[in-house]
Design a protein around this ligand. Structure first.
Ligand code: FDM
Length: 212
């Protein structure tokens, strides 16, 4: 009836290897939701605008060195510093479309050899996404797409390891989409899953926490 007081926005996360099309597809989804009259904001992690984000950004650009555990905890802190704002937005009815989240956090660090349970620990208690759009692409195919940039992690061998780690995190909130289909067909599948998700949250689907 549209006046359920537990009605809220959806947390929709995009994940996948570098060059899988995340950023462009999440942009397309935001435009579509706006057109449909869904209140929506576009977010991304790392959020490089905070002071924690600046440390991460400098590390990614190879301008500073940090050990693997330290940078892992910084990425996590960068999500924690946004948690309450995220919850407020969702409860006020705004849908958040987020480019990368805890799954990147765990997969990239575990790909370096850190223990996966150790990697998940600091993520526990963050908000659980209602939908994770995973754009699935073979690391070799992703590498062919105009090549990687110069940031740390943008190397084929490492991306292969990240892909393996992502596979272990897939759960019922995940919608895995073949990123090698046409842009339009990928977009269509995302729209369908997203609209269903938005509608369930409007009807009062509860908000959960990650990995608790
Ligand atoms: N990355 C991203 C991590 O290693 N951990 C995280 O928690 C997050 C959110 O940072 F290589 C990695 C993934 C990527 C790099 O991301 C920067 P963008 O999407 O290229 O800005």
């Amino acid at each position: 009836n549209g006046c359920n007081d537990k009605s809220r926005g959806s947390l929709i996360v995009f994940e996948g290897l570098d060059r899988c099309g995340k950023t462009s597809q999440s942009g397309r989804l935001v435009s579509y939701l706006e057109k449909k009259g869904v209140p929506v904001e576009s977010w991304r992690f790392p959020d490089r605008s905070t002071s924690v984000g600046e440390m991460i950004s400098s590390y990614l650009a190879n301008k500073s060195q940090l050990d693997d555990q330290t940078v892992h905890l910084l990425f996590s802190a960068n999500r924690w510093e946004k948690r309450s704002l995220m919850e407020n937005k969702l409860r006020s009815g705004i849908t958040l479309v987020v480019d990368r989240y805890s799954y990147s956090g765990v997969s990239f660090s575990a790909a370096k050899g850190l223990d996966i349970e150790w990697c998940k620990s600091p993520e526990r208690g963050l908000l659980a996404p209602d939908l994770v759009v995973y754009l699935d692409i073979a690391p070799e195919k992703a590498a062919e797409r105009g090549g990687y940039g110069s940031e740390r992690y943008e190397q084929l061998e490492f991306q292969r390891k990240v892909a393996q780690q992502y596979q272990t995190l897939c759960d019922s909130a995940w919608k895995v989409i073949d990123a090698c289909l046409s842009v339009d067909s990928v977009e269509e599948q995302i729209r369908e899953s997203a609209m269903e998700c938005v509608s369930n949250c409007l009807k009062g689907k509860p908000l959960f926490e990650l990995w608790s």
